[in-house]
Design a protein around this ligand. Structure first.
Ligand SMILES: Nc1nc2c(ncn2[C@@H]2O[C@H](COP(=O)(O)OP(=O)(O)OP(=O)(O)O)[C@@H](O)[C@H]2O)c(=O)[nH]1
Ligand SMILES: [Mg+2]
Length: 181
């Protein structure tokens, strides 16, 4: 796979979350090298939401100020491709979970992804970014943070826009900081 030669000075992190949360967009914003995407024309319910959807993975590389590389692996949001989640998670050091504030139940989505990625989260670090926040309910950030605290998960929640490179860089930097702490 693409992570064959992972060694000192490289971090592998996973970007996961529901359809349309902005995982592919985040990798495009973050990557300092050409990105690999596997986007196909969306069908079924997803087509109502957006034109294309990730069917296998996204890949990009962010270079830190230290020269270290962060290899970014984006998962497909659609649950019918969830077999890719475990495959991509192998040897990963952290999870950047993107939630979409415009979904009907972002706290339910958080619960679902904590459960689905439990093996990765248990042995690594987690940060949560909430996208599409323009019209988010005022208490969404608090409800997500409370859920994490109540379930003994150490992770920060940030409101972000996946199209904004600097905001996404800050999320990745905080994840790398947690990994190396
Ligand atoms: N308004 C707004 N649009 C965003 C934000 N983040 C991402 N988008 C847009 O949302 C759309 C969907 O983003 P994608 O990156 O394709 O979503 P994805 O998470 O990869 O979705 P799947 O591959 O289907 O799982 C794109 O048009 C993005 O530009 C945000 O914070 N605000
Ligand atoms: Mg995608």
């Amino acid at each position: 796979m693409l992570d064959q030669e992972i060694g000192a000075g490289t971090y592998k992190i996973i970007i996961a979350g529901p359809v349309g949360a902005g995982k592919t967009e985040a990798i495009r914003s973050l990557s300092d090298k050409g990105v690999v995407t596997t986007e196909e024309i969306a069908s079924d319910g997803v087509a109502k939401m957006k034109k294309t959807t990730t069917v296998a993975m996204d890949y990009g590389v962010m270079i830190l100020e230290s020269g270290e590389q962060v290899r970014l692996y984006g998962t497909p949001g659609q649950r019918r491709f969830d077999f890719m989640w475990d495959i991509l998670s192998e040897n990963a050091l952290g999870l950047l979970l993107l939630l979409n504030a415009e979904e009907s139940d972002p706290v339910g989505d958080l619960a679902y992804y904590l459960e689905s990625f439990q093996p990765l989260i248990k042995g690594s670090a987690l940060v949560v970014g909430v996208t599409h926040c323009e019209n988010a309910p005022w208490d969404l950030h608090q409800r997500l943070s409370d859920y994490l605290v109540n379930h003994n998960v150490a992770a920060n929640v940030s409101l972000v826009d996946a199209r904004k490179r600097e905001q996404m860089q800050n999320l990745v930097r905080s994840l790398v900081y947690m990994i190396s702490a």
